[in-house]
Design a protein around this ligand. Structure first.
Ligand code: 1GP
Length: 264
């Protein structure tokens, strides 16, 4: 079994930031998939997340293709229990704690629990918090829940601490794929300081400044998907920026990470 959670904890301890490239099997197909794989072969992000809130394509075959071609660990980011795949290295076992829809708090988990237990997949219980990203998100629509308002950082923190007390291992602050505006940095900072779990942040991050802002505010892993669907080449700069985060890199090194920053 993989030990992706341990890798997150170790990197967090060393203040090494991580990036997850999110691929939705429905969106990443044909020529875009080929270009994306070619780039991922040369630029290995810490993780590839696979999933989507409304994915209908086969997760299994998509992961099998990726595993033949790329080295990154593959983590399921399922929109529902049907997106489970034994081909992945790990899965985020997501509970949509910002909402009050029992189906996404526990229902989908019951549907998939026996199959997950029989598999050899690493399961990472994750408190999933949807934050208002400036426009209605697929998660909001599909789950029929409301996001936490952007200015309510106290609610986000209380929810994150509840996740911690319930025994969850990660917090994911999500503005929704393609959000107009990412999770506010003051909310990331508030949750990061007030809770002790590793923090994933995603939704609407399109630029290196936004990536660095999320890291500066306390995100341990930033998840980026949408922008790579139209411009997979951006994976190169996002991966390099993450590797070099917080380090002085002399110009002659270009985008090559110093040896002591190579991944675990
Ligand atoms: C969505 O947080 C992820 O679940 C990534 O969001 O697709 O907007 O990068 P984007």
């Amino acid at each position: 079994m993989s030990n992706i959670y341990k890798k997150i904890l170790v990197n967090r301890e060393l203040n090494r930031k991580m990036i997850a490239v999110l691929l939705d099997p429905d969106q990443c197909r044909g020529i875009i998939l080929s270009r994306t794989i070619a780039i991922l072969k040369m630029n290995t992000p810490d993780f590839i997340f696979v999933g989507g809130s409304h994915t209908v394509s086969s997760t299994d075959s998509f992961i099998d293709i990726l595993k033949e071609e790329v080295k990154s660990e593959i983590v399921l980011f399922p929109g529902n229990g049907s997106q489970f795949s034994t081909s992945a290295d790990a899965m985020l076992y997501l509970s949509l704690l910002s909402g009050r829809n029992a189906e996404f708090l526990i229902g989908q988990h019951i549907t998939s629990s026996i199959a997950i237990r029989k598999s050899n997949i690493e399961v990472i219980p994750t408190g999933y918090l949807l934050i208002d990203g400036g426009k209605p998100s697929s998660v909001e629509y599909i789950s029929n829940t409301r996001p936490i308002p952007r200015e309510k950082k106290e609610i986000a923190l209380s929810t994150a601490v509840a996740a911690e007390l319930l025994g969850m291992r990660l917090i994911y602050l999500e503005a929704g794929s393609g959000a107009d505006i990412p999770v506010p940095v003051d909310m990331i900072e508030y949750v990061s300081v007030g809770s002790s779990l590793p923090l994933l942040v995603g939704g609407g991050i399109r630029t290196l400044d936004q990536l660095n802002d999320a890291f500066d505010a306390g995100a341990d892993v930033v998840v980026v998907g949408n922008v790579f669907e139209s411009e997979p080449e951006k994976i190169i700069e996002f991966t390099a920026c993450t590797r070099n985060y917080g380090q002085f890199v002399p110009k002659e090194f270009g985008e090559q990470a110093p040896e002591d920053q190579q991944e675990l």
